[in-house]
Write a protein that binds this ligand. Sequence first.
Ligand code: CO
Ligand code: ZN
Length: 328
Amino acid sequence: MKELIKELTEAYGPSGREDSVRDTLKCMVEPYADEIDVDKMGNLIVRKEGPGKKIMVAAHMDELGLMVTFIDENGFLRFSNIGGISPYILLGERVVFHNGVKGTIGCEKLDNIKDLKLSKMYIDIGFSDKKEAEGKVKIGDVAVYQRSFSDLGGRILAKALDDRVGCAVLVQTLKELEKPANDIYFVFTVQEEVGVRGARTSAYKINPDLGLAVDVTRTGDTPESETMAVSLGKGPTVKVKDTLIITHPKVKKLMVDTAEKNNISYQLEVLERGGTDSGAIHLTREGVPSGVMSIPCRYIHTPSEMVDFGDVQEGVKLLKNILHKKVT
Ligand code: CO
Ligand code: ZN
């Protein structure tokens, strides 16, 4: 499964440009799916047929990016952010475009580091004039972090674990699902990082009886971190609340009961800032009881996100057991 995570995190796929990561996922799920569909927005919908209620399980394919807004006379690229990127983590960072063009990030002279903003930064792709640069990169092209996957043993470091680790959990669960008691729709969504957009339209199309998102969440277990009752290595979380959802009591109970009955370690999660695809799913049509299973993750939205591999494995176990249980 680490191979799955490596391949997925190293794929290119900022919000709105998910085609390449979607192709990778399609190859992975093809042997196990009963039906595969790509909808009008680009969501990849993978059905595993069962007799019961419709369950939608969503993980987003997209990652953060930097979109080129302006190319100056000397070939430097100004950019805007796709998703929540802090300027501080960009200093010295390398990025790569869809066509393989690479660059580094520099900034203007600053008297005080507190004045650092994205508008004072640029991407340098190694050319000295506008014409040359324009031959490689156009206005509106998007770069992502250039980082490879690192296996630290028990833990994993990679870019885009938010939310390719969620995608990997879905793929692995699909592989291990035998005869599900429910009708399962695994949805690999587009454009979560810019406002849960793909989940909104795919949930409307599927019209599920129950919704689940699988995504990452923050932790409170690093030096002087914000207070939060989630740690790496203590299992996946059952979300209780975030900015976009209060988990439906029925779904929370289903998740907690399933974890306890099967001796799967889990943590209860209250996330004070942030949301996931379930925020959109639960407000679909007349409402869909929904929840979230999160994989605890440190350094979210940086090029080096960290998760515990044990949490990922427990996450697969929990999701598999939920889907095997007949939902009423
Ligand atoms: Co995110
Ligand atoms: Zn996410």
